[in-house]
Design a protein around this ligand. Structure first.
Ligand SMILES: [Zn+2]
Length: 216
């Protein structure tokens, strides 16, 4: 079977992580989330992980070259031999160029880009109704809960809090950054890779079904 290389693309809150998890269990290929592999590199104390840790402890952002190096290590590892779903990278044209270099080394062609297309209003709506349970860390959307006072994971009452990241002005800032620096990455892939565009406003299962159909 051909190696399945996927790149998840979309605004924060469009559902990249959720769809990546579904696809990962369906296709038995790893979900490579940049947040997770960064934490893993730090806890495993790899050379790049230690560098990243020092930078983060100084309160700075991990530079693209280091993040790219961590991704390179993972994409070359055995677990990515059957394929992978990359989620959260590249977020800038510079990162896309770094990934290009890695892909040339791997020499398996371009990943398929899955774009979860959502307008800003949907994202703001979705993220501003997101809460996290202060007891167990479970993340919910208030709109989809039958009882918005009880955590469906641990049963705690009135335990939901809103993260700073999900305040409306913060969301608007993140969307601005997305439009200015991340959206151009899609054009970068326009003539290179197959792009599958899915309406992110659809229910989770519908989006997943459409992705499956498009990939087959
Ligand atoms: Zn809970």
């Amino acid at each position: 079977m051909k190696k399945l290389q996927i790149l998840m693309f979309g605004a924060p809150g469009a559902g990249k992580g959720t769809q990546a998890k579904i696809l990962s269990s369906e296709r038995h290929i790893p979900h490579i989330s940049t947040g997770d592999i960064l934490r893993e590199a730090v806890s495993k104390k790899t050379e790049l992980g230690l560098k990243a840790k020092a930078i983060m402890e100084a309160g700075e952002l991990v530079p693209d070259e280091i993040m790219g190096g961590i991704i390179r290590d993972v994409l070359f590892s055995d677990k990515c031999k059957p394929g992978y779903i990359l989620d959260g990278f590249p977020r800038t044209i510079n990162q896309a160029n770094i990934l290009d270099g890695i892909l040339k080394e791997i020499d398996e062609g371009y990943p398929i880009v899955i774009e979860l297309d959502a307008d800003d209003e949907l994202i703001i709506n979705r993220l501003s109704s997101r809460r996290v349970c202060s007891e167990c860390g479970y993340i919910v959307n208030l709109n989809s809960l039958e009882d918005p006072t009880t955590c469906p994971n641990c049963g705690a009452k009135n335990s939901f809090i809103k993260r700073k990241d999900d305040e409306e002005d913060v969301i608007k800032n993140r969307l601005n950054v997305y439009h200015q620096t991340t959206k151009p990455v899609l054009d970068f892939y326009r003539n290179k890779a197959k792009i599958i565009s899915i309406d992110a406003a659809l229910p989770v299962e519908e989006v997943a079904k459409k992705i499956t159909v498009e990939l087959n």
